[in-house]
Structures are given as C-alpha cells and as structure tokens.
Design a protein around this ligand. Structure first.
Ligand SMILES: Nc1nc2c(c(=O)[nH]1)N[C@@H](CN(C=O)c1ccc(C(=O)N[C@@H](CCC(=O)O)C(=O)O)cc1)CN2
Length: 373
C-alpha cells in the first residue's frame, strides 16, 4: 500500500511553510530538459526491488526530518541543478547494442540465447516485471520460457522446474522472481540455480566471488550492475572516490558496495544502526541509496556536486495520479537535485536498467557457454 509522504519531502509542519519560503527566496530550479544529451555509447563495463523497510529505518527517517530545516535553507539558496542521469535512455541504448550482438551470434553460430523466468504467486508488481522481462527479451531476440506457479505451490515444485531448466541446453539464464511467498525458503531456491545460469547473480557463490580479490562472479546482480553502468556511461570517476551505499540488502546494497569497492572507491555502508547517517553520507562523492524509505535522503545529506543513484521505488498516495499513487525514490529529488552534480530520477533512473542488465547477463551467459567472443 502507498504511504502518505508529502511531495516536497518535508514533514507536515514544514510542508505548509516551505513552498512559500521557496517562492519568496529561491529562484526556481531550472531542471535540465528531458532531452538531456545522451551519454556516449560504450561497451558494457561489466540489476527495484521493493526493498524491505529496515527496523531502524524510522530512526533514520527522523534524523532526516530533523535535517529538514537545514535542507530547506541550503536548497533555498542553491541555484544549480544536477545533471539528470537518464536511465530510460541508457537502457534503450543498451537494448539496441544487445540486439545487434544477438543477431551477430545467431548469424555466426546459430545460437539464440534463452531466459527462463519462474513466477510464484500473483503479486501484481511481480507479474508486471515478468511481463516486461518477456517483452524486453522478444525485442532483442532472446527466447523466453515462463513458468507461473500458484501462491500455495511447494518449494519442491519450484526446485523441480529449476532442475529442468538447469539441464536444458537452450536455456542460458534462469531467474526466480522475488519476493517469493513467505512459506518458501529463498536460500534453498536461489542455491538450486546453476551458477553458470544464475543471470540474477543471487547465488551465494556468485556473491562470494564478487566479494573476493582476484575472483570474478559469473554474473553481477542486475540492479547494482545497472547503477555502475550509469556511473560509467555518465563519466563519473570512481577510483579513489568516497562512496556511500545506504542499505545493505543481499540483492542491491551489499553487491553495490562490493562493486564500488572493486572499482577502487572507498566505501561506507549506512544502515539501520548507523549513527549520524547524514554526516557520513555528506562525505560521499557517490551515493547509492537502496533502503526502501521514501525521501529519506534530504538535500542536507548531500555533498555539493556528488553523483546520486537512487534505487528506491516507493509508492506514495497521490489522488491526482490515475493510479492513486506515484513512485518516489529514497532521495528527496526536489532538494537533492539542487545540490548534487548528477542524479537519477524515479521513475526512469535505475529501474529500467535492471531489465537491460538482465538481457546483458543472458547474452553474456550464452556467449560463455558457446565460447563465442
Ligand atoms: N529475481 C528478481 N526479482 C526482483 C528483481 C530482480 O532483479 N530479480 N528486482 C525487482 C523487480 N524488478 C525486476 O525484477 C524491477 C523493478 C523495477 C523496474 C522498473 O523499471 N521500474 C520503473 C518503474 C516501474 C513502474 O512504473 O511501476 C522505474 O523505476 O522507472 C524494473 C524491474 C524485485 N524483484
């Protein structure tokens, strides 16, 4: 269900005052138009989830609210606008690049990459993501295989389908859409996917290899890989920079921190027990926010000029929207975009990159299995 969060990221008390103060004091932020120049095309350098609310997320949110006044004054005086990192556009470029590569491989060796998706239950959001994955596969020339199981299926039924796909040579990638129903053990299921076909990169051996020096995983999880790809394509230097990842989930925060560290950033992870998260975040040249709390990161948390990657996709009530809600990130875009150097919007930032990276991982898998360069 959508939570009620005010669009200007302020508490209910300040929300009545801020728009007026802004109108009086601040020149409007001239956002870069939607036609912002596309980043240069480049070969792939190397995956929103609705993240669970952390137990102490409320504490972090209250630290955030306490910082609201400071944020208001700093954003009021700012006249700069961050460059928008256009994930939708980059994802489209990547899909086009992948389609070309797939056509080449098919011509050269007659192989068509195959992706198998297993969906358990009938969550509307998961059904939409799976449908979008299928459409994206069709558009680039990947053959997709889909298994839909009822909510009350047993773990064994899921494991049986995984085993069949593991031994099917026409399938190069297997994923189980998350979240799974509560009665299922994610670990048992994710462990069953062959690591050579684990295009989500969630198998513990793939995550373990990501964490180790001198080792590489077969696959990098799609959303964190998408975050890195956006940083690369927009020319953000990572080596020697300070990076902060907010959130430490297995599927986004933790792998994102490992990737930044592999790219030679100095990385801190801010989580539900972190004291003064805003002070730590303010030191970062690069911030990846993946905590699942709408508008947690305020303008006052951000170092001027920093690159901000917002992974959060949080529904908030909006009676004016046809759906009755709209999506906002973990970062208060209105404030942050006046202080940051670059920023991803929500929607249209990291989200579209998740599926583009899934296609990239599936192609990579087919190439590796068939030794095609
Ligand atoms: N097995 C997996 N399960 C889940 C993953 C995953 O990578 N593997 N990630 C998420 C869901 N997800 C893909 O599965 C996903 C989330 C969001 C988007 C996206 O494009 N979001 C749009 C907004 C969409 C909207 O309007 O509702 C955006 O941010 O612009 C794509 C894929 C959890 N499960």
């Amino acid at each position: 269900m959508a939570s009620s969060i005010l669009s200007d990221c302020s508490s209910s008390a300040t929300s009545r005052l801020l728009p007026l103060r802004r109108a009086l004091l601040a020149p409007p932020c001239r956002f870069r138009p939607a036609t912002v120049a596309a980043p240069p095309r480049r070969p792939l350098a190397i995956a929103a989830p609705q993240l669970p609310l952390l137990p102490r997320a409320r504490d972090m949110a209250s630290a955030s609210a306490a910082a609201a006044a400071a944020a208001a004054s700093s954003t009021d005086s700012a006249d700069a606008c961050a460059k928008i990192i256009d994930g939708k556009l980059v994802a489209k470029q990547i899909r086009e690049e992948i389609a070309v590569e797939i056509a080449k491989m098919k011509d050269a060796i007659g192989v068509v990459p195959g992706l198998a998706v297993i969906l358990v239950g009938s969550r509307k959001d998961s059904q939409t993501y799976v449908r979008n994955k299928k459409k994206a596969c069709e558009a680039v020339g990947i053959k997709s295989y889909e298994v839909n199981l009822p909510e009350d299926s047993s773990e064994d039924e899921v494991l049986k389908h995984i085993a069949t796909f593991n031994s099917d040579p026409s399938v190069h990638g297997i994923l189980v859409q998350l979240p799974l129903p509560h009665h299922m053990n994610d670990e048992n299921i994710l462990n069953a996917v062959s690591i050579e076909k684990d295009v989500d990169g969630f198998h513990p051996l793939n995550i373990g290899r990501l964490a180790m020096q001198g080792r590489d995983p077969f696959f990098v999880p799609c959303t964190p890989k998408g975050c890195m790809e956006l940083l690369h394509r927009y020319g953000v230097e990572i080596k020697g920079k300070r990076a902060v990842v907010i959130g430490r989930s297995n599927i986004v925060g933790m792998p994102a921190a490992l990737l930044l560290q592999k790219a030679n950033a100095t990385v801190s992870i801010v989580h539900s027990n972190t004291k003064k998260p805003e002070e730590i975040t303010r030191q970062a040249d690069i911030v990846i926010a993946a905590v699942g709390v709408a508008n947690l990161v305020r303008g006052s948390w951000i170092k001027p000029g920093a690159a901000i990657i917002d992974v959060g996709i949080n529904p908030v009530d909006d009676p004016e929207s046809p759906r009755g809600y709209r999506l906002v990130g973990d970062v208060c875009y209105e404030e942050a975009s006046k202080i940051a150097g670059l920023i991803t919007p929500v929607p249209g930032g990291v989200g579209p990159m998740t599926i583009a990276m899934l296609l990239s991982n599936t192609l990579e898998s087919a190439k590796r299995i068939h030794k095609f360069k």
